[in-house]
Design a protein around this ligand. Structure first.
Ligand code: SAH
Length: 248
């Protein structure tokens, strides 16, 4: 199913993901779309009739700012340092799974933020008023994510307003300084269920994490209820790079 969603443009990729049932929410679709239309500065020029997302004055997220090549293919891609930018359908699935907890004003932790692409989509979903911390253990990848954000006006604004922040550290310990979080996304496969991550969730809150067990990886969704109890659901098989110690 993955390859069938590839497109020639960002809009085509996102439309194909929706047509193949990999994006079902309009909020996720809008956050993943690049918006190219800018309202005219000439008051006499009538505005064309366009779907509402195209009338948003500021561009949103273009995957070409984050993926080094073939940005509109529905595949993961190497970004250096043994890391990959995940496939668009996995980014879509993560957002759809966490969506209830990604309301404007929500706080999010994106572990293994890599290219910064998903951090950007998450930030659009929790805007206005929300914030996303991207944690990565390889400093040059954080530098790359910051440079990727600087390629768009909305990205620069997100960094300058503090709505998005990239920090360097071991994501297996979460990022206690900005906890608790409404949603935590883990973009690399964990060798165990790291308790510090569920401790840093709000109740209610949700953790999306690939976990490796017996040579296979599965996505787990862990919900923390209001009373602090946890509910764990095993979702589907995946293939992520592992969550590891930082390279020496
Ligand atoms: N969401 C990213 C995925 C990048 S791949 C994207 O789509 O671009 C997984 C990332 O996890 C890599 O960048 C890797 O460096 C990072 N990573 C692995 N172990 C980590 C750890 N212990 N702490 C923080 N980041 C880690």
């Amino acid at each position: 199913m993955a390859w069938r969603s590839s497109g020639a443009t960002n809009a085509e990729l996102i439309t194909n993901l929706q047509q193949n049932g990999l994006i079902t929410s309009d909020r996720v679709k809008t956050a993943m779309l690049k918006v190219t239309y800018q309202p005219s500065s000439h008051p006499t020029t009538p505005l064309p009739t366009l779907p509402p997302y195209q009338l948003t004055p500021k561009p949103k997220v273009d995957r070409a700012h984050f993926a080094p090549r073939s940005p509109y293919n529905d595949n993961p891609q190497p970004i250096g340092h043994s890391a990959t930018i995940s496939a668009p359908h996995m980014h879509a699935s993560a957002c759809e799974t966490l969506l209830t907890y990604l309301q404007p004003g929500a706080r999010v932790l994106d572990i293994g933020s890599g290219s910064g692409y998903l951090t950007a989509v998450l930030a659009h979903l929790v805007s206005p008023g929300g914030s996303v911390v991207g944690i990565e253990h390889i400093q040059p990848l954080n530098d790359m994510a910051t440079a990727n954000f600087r390629k768009s006006e909305s990205g620069r604004e997100m960094l300058e307003s503090g709505c998005v922040r990239f920090v360097t550290g071991d994501g297996r310990k979460g990022w206690g300084e900005s906890a608790p979080y409404d949603a935590i996304h883990v973009g690399a496969a964990a060798a165990e269920f790291h308790e510090m991550l569920t401790e840093q969730l709000k109740g209610p809150g949700r953790l999306f994490v690939p976990v490796e067990e017996g040579g296979r990886q599965h996505i787990y969704v862990i919900d923390k209820r209001e009373d602090g109890t946890l509910e764990r659901k095993k979702m589907y098989g995946v293939q992520y790079v592992p969550l590891t110690d930082a390279p020496k």
